[in-house]
Design a protein around this ligand. Structure first.
Ligand code: SF4
Length: 79
Protein backbone atom coordinates (compact mmCIF):
# COMPACT_ATOMS: atom_id res chain seq x y z
CA UNK A 1 0.00 0.00 0.00
CA UNK A 2 1.05 3.56 -0.61
CA UNK A 3 -0.12 7.07 0.00
CA UNK A 4 -1.35 9.05 -3.00
CA UNK A 5 -1.32 12.79 -3.71
CA UNK A 6 -4.61 14.08 -5.05
CA UNK A 7 -5.98 17.04 -7.00
CA UNK A 8 -5.61 19.64 -4.23
CA UNK A 9 -1.84 19.55 -4.76
CA UNK A 10 -2.24 20.95 -8.27
CA UNK A 11 -3.14 24.42 -7.01
CA UNK A 12 -0.96 24.45 -3.89
CA UNK A 13 2.24 22.42 -4.51
CA UNK A 14 3.19 23.23 -0.91
CA UNK A 15 6.09 20.72 -0.73
CA UNK A 16 6.08 20.21 3.05
CA UNK A 17 5.67 16.50 2.33
CA UNK A 18 9.01 16.19 0.53
CA UNK A 19 11.19 17.02 3.54
CA UNK A 20 9.39 14.71 5.98
CA UNK A 21 9.39 11.56 3.84
CA UNK A 22 11.88 9.10 5.43
CA UNK A 23 12.46 7.21 2.17
CA UNK A 24 12.67 10.25 -0.14
CA UNK A 25 9.97 8.98 -2.49
CA UNK A 26 8.10 12.24 -3.24
CA UNK A 27 9.07 14.14 -6.37
CA UNK A 28 7.78 17.24 -8.10
CA UNK A 29 6.08 16.74 -11.45
CA UNK A 30 4.96 19.40 -13.92
CA UNK A 31 1.50 19.69 -12.38
CA UNK A 32 1.79 18.36 -8.81
CA UNK A 33 3.97 16.30 -6.47
CA UNK A 34 3.91 12.52 -6.81
CA UNK A 35 4.60 9.65 -4.38
CA UNK A 36 6.42 6.62 -5.79
CA UNK A 37 4.03 3.78 -4.84
CA UNK A 38 6.80 1.18 -5.11
CA UNK A 39 8.95 2.93 -2.50
CA UNK A 40 6.41 4.44 -0.05
CA UNK A 41 6.48 2.65 3.31
CA UNK A 42 3.00 3.83 4.34
CA UNK A 43 4.21 5.84 7.33
CA UNK A 44 1.67 8.73 6.96
CA UNK A 45 4.21 11.46 7.76
CA UNK A 46 3.40 13.31 4.53
CA UNK A 47 -0.34 13.30 5.14
CA UNK A 48 0.15 14.85 8.57
CA UNK A 49 1.97 17.91 7.22
CA UNK A 50 0.04 18.62 4.00
CA UNK A 51 -1.64 22.04 4.45
CA UNK A 52 -4.36 21.29 1.88
CA UNK A 53 -5.12 17.69 2.89
CA UNK A 54 -4.17 16.45 -0.57
CA UNK A 55 -2.79 13.06 0.52
CA UNK A 56 -4.78 9.88 1.12
CA UNK A 57 -3.95 6.27 1.74
CA UNK A 58 -4.36 4.06 -1.32
CA UNK A 59 -7.14 1.96 0.14
CA UNK A 60 -9.14 5.05 1.14
CA UNK A 61 -9.35 6.37 -2.43
CA UNK A 62 -12.79 6.81 -3.95
CA UNK A 63 -13.26 5.37 -7.46
CA UNK A 64 -12.82 8.80 -9.04
CA UNK A 65 -9.54 9.33 -7.13
CA UNK A 66 -7.88 6.11 -8.32
CA UNK A 67 -6.66 7.90 -11.44
CA UNK A 68 -4.16 9.72 -9.21
CA UNK A 69 -2.49 6.44 -8.25
CA UNK A 70 -2.28 5.53 -11.94
CA UNK A 71 -0.77 8.92 -12.72
CA UNK A 72 1.86 8.43 -9.99
CA UNK A 73 2.77 5.01 -11.40
CA UNK A 74 3.09 6.51 -14.87
CA UNK A 75 5.16 9.45 -13.60
CA UNK A 76 7.78 7.20 -12.00
CA UNK A 77 7.70 4.65 -14.85
CA UNK A 78 8.46 7.34 -17.43
CA UNK A 79 11.26 9.22 -15.70
FE1 SF4 B 1 6.91 9.05 2.30
FE2 SF4 B 1 5.65 8.04 4.44
FE3 SF4 B 1 4.34 9.68 2.77
FE4 SF4 B 1 4.99 7.23 1.96
S1 SF4 B 1 3.55 7.76 3.61
S2 SF4 B 1 5.25 9.13 0.78
S3 SF4 B 1 6.96 6.94 2.99
S4 SF4 B 1 6.11 10.22 4.06
Amino acid sequence: MAFVILEACQTEKAAECVSVCPVDCIEEGPDQFYIDPDVCIDCAACKAVCPVDAIEEEYDLSPDQEVFLQRAEEFFANR
